[in-house]
Design a protein around this ligand. Structure first.
Ligand SMILES: Cc1ncc(COP(=O)(O)O)c(C=O)c1O
Length: 493
């Protein structure tokens, strides 16, 4: 019905605006395209791309292809620089030379290989699940898994967090199952919806561990409690958390039971074990390309057997899969990269809080700076880029709600103190020049409260080696630690 209304509105519009030529009545496609784009530009949501060439040996810097100048990239999802890590590059070069560029076809037709088997085994190992299935993107993984499960489970009802990523939303839509949207991270809202269905109705709760546009973290154990109480299964997207959380880089679910996973003594009740299906991307913290789901062997086999987005597409290049495999193996064994990154995140948030920059409070590695106006957000990013050679992307509607426009800063492990200070000095200058709202202004307006400290993080001081503890010896003092203490004393004055 809604689609019919939209179609008739469009048809009326097209007739009255002359997209149909009176003489021959052929449709004026190009005119319509231009009209759609003009509208998008008018409402400030038109997307402009910045052309940069990333420099492998100078991560996180890139060359601006317009000016030829070097820019400091503060918005990349290659959080750990794994895209330039020697282990990844070596594995990719080796496979490229051995197997060539192409996989040969879909998994069903000439595209299955020991390379993809090894990759799926390492994904399953990372998440401690019996099986995994690899896709050429995280988007494809979410869409394929949710659309398949939602259509195969009889009379299934899907409960989706309101801030879920587009790939999950599309999968849920394509399942054509009954669906409900629950308020972001709001357990009461989720429970009220779950309780309105009989226990024996199949239900899927779909959510993310870290929400990339605001940095909030899901209450995973509490969601699993509700799932158990109401007979639901859980589908959790860890796309932005893989490599960044947990002793082995498996994500937030691993991190919240840190000690159990660190000691290898998980008891079957850890969050990672309780969540039924974990989806992830290897295109972000793992620095390569692709996505996956991990879960029970039967579940993975169902998706493998029915998901159109899995069956009818060519398998990823062996070189890319080799890189992804090397990145996972590296993260399983070496946590230094994520510790470096999380220390930088902590330092950036503390420094920003000290100068009243409006970081949306969260406990993750995301640093969203609220601006609240599409045009101003674009101006901030233009000034940063043109005058300061700092690249941060504007985040506008429809990615975030209108008047919640922001820039999303993602520190990497390579953004040391000098780069942090250069960024913050630039932001302070721009905030002053444009008269933008500070954190205290947003707090006064009630958007978030002052006690939601922007500096309480999921990674504890102890896990970051910033505080001494009986179980771990940490450096007696570090410049970062000293900055932190100094800043904390400012807050408590
Ligand atoms: C939460 C979330 N899930 C999935 C994806 C898709 O992952 P990929 O970029 O590998 O397609 C993204 C991409 O940004 C994302 O933010």
């Amino acid at each position: 019905m809604a689609a019919q209304v939209r179609y008739s509105q469009l048809a009326r519009y097209v007739r009255t605006r002359g997209f149909l030529q009176q003489a021959c009545y052929t449709f004026q496609y190009e005119s319509l395209y231009r009209h759609i784009l003009d509208q998008k530009k008018q409402d400030q949501t038109y997307r402009y791309f910045r052309s940069i060439s990333r420099l492998r040996d100078q991560f996180p810097f890139a060359l601006c292809n317009r000016t030829g100048k070097k820019v400091d990239v503060w918005c990349s999802n290659d959080y750990l620089g794994m895209g330039s890590h020697p282990a990844v590059i070596t594995a990719m070069e080796r496979d490229l030379r051995t197997y060539g560029a192409n996989s040969g076809g879909s998994r069903n037709i000439a595209g299955h290989s020991p390379r993809v088997e090894a990759l799926e085994a390492s994904i399953a190992q990372l998440h401690k699940k019996p099986a995994a299935l690899y896709f050429s993107s995280g988007f494809a993984a979410n869409e394929a898994a949710l659309s398949t499960l939602g259509s195969k489970l009889p009379d299934c009802v899907i409960f989706s967090d309101e801030l879920n990523h587009a790939s999950m939303i599309d999968g849920i839509r394509h399942a054509k199952a009954k669906r409900h949207i629950w308020k972001h991270n709001d357990l009461a809202s989720l429970e009220a919806l779950l309780a309105s269905y009989p226990l024996d109705v199949p239900k899927i709760i779909a959510f993310e561990s870290v929400y990339s546009m605001c940095g909030t973290i899901a209450p995973i154990h509490a969601i699993c409690d509700l799932a158990e109480k109401y007979g639901a299964i859980t589908f959790m997207d860890e796309a932005h958390a893989i490599g960044l959380y947990g002793p082995h880089g498996a994500g937030v679910a691993e991190h919240i039971d840190f000690a159990a996973h660190e000691s290898g003594r998980s008891n079957g009740r850890t969050a990672m074990e309780r969540v039924n299906i974990i989806s992830g991307s290897v295109s972000k913290g793992l620095g390569t390309m692709g996505g996956y789901i991990a879960g029970s062997a039967a579940l993975i086999d169902v998706v493998r057997s029915f998901a159109r987005g899995f069956i009818f597409t060519t398998t990823q290049s062996p070189a890319v899969m080799a890189g992804a495999h090397a990145a996972i193996q590296h993260q399983l064994q070496d946590r230094n990269g994520r510790i470096r990154l999380q220390r930088n995140v902590r330092a950036v948030k503390l420094k920003m809080a000290a100068v009243d920059l409006p970081v949306l409070p969260n406990r993750s590695h995301m640093v969203p700076l609220m601006i609240g106006d599409a045009e101003l957000t674009q101006r901030v990013t233009d000034i940063l880029f043109d005058e300061y050679h700092i690249y941060v992307q504007a985040i506008n509607s429809p990615t975030v709600a209108t008047s919640m426009e922001r820039i999303r800063i993602s520190p990497t492990g390579a953004h040391g103190p000098a780069q942090q200070d250069a960024l913050i000095d630039a932001l302070v200058d721009i905030w002053g020049r444009l008269g933008l709202r500070k954190a205290s202004d947003w707090q006064r307006a009630g958007v978030w409260s002052a006690h939601e400290a922007a500096t309480t993080q999921l990674w504890t001081d102890e896990q970051l080696g910033l505080a001494s503890s009986p179980s771990r010896v940490s450096p007696p003092s570090s410049p970062l630690h000293d900055i932190r203490l100094a800043l904390l004393s400012i807050f408590t004055e």
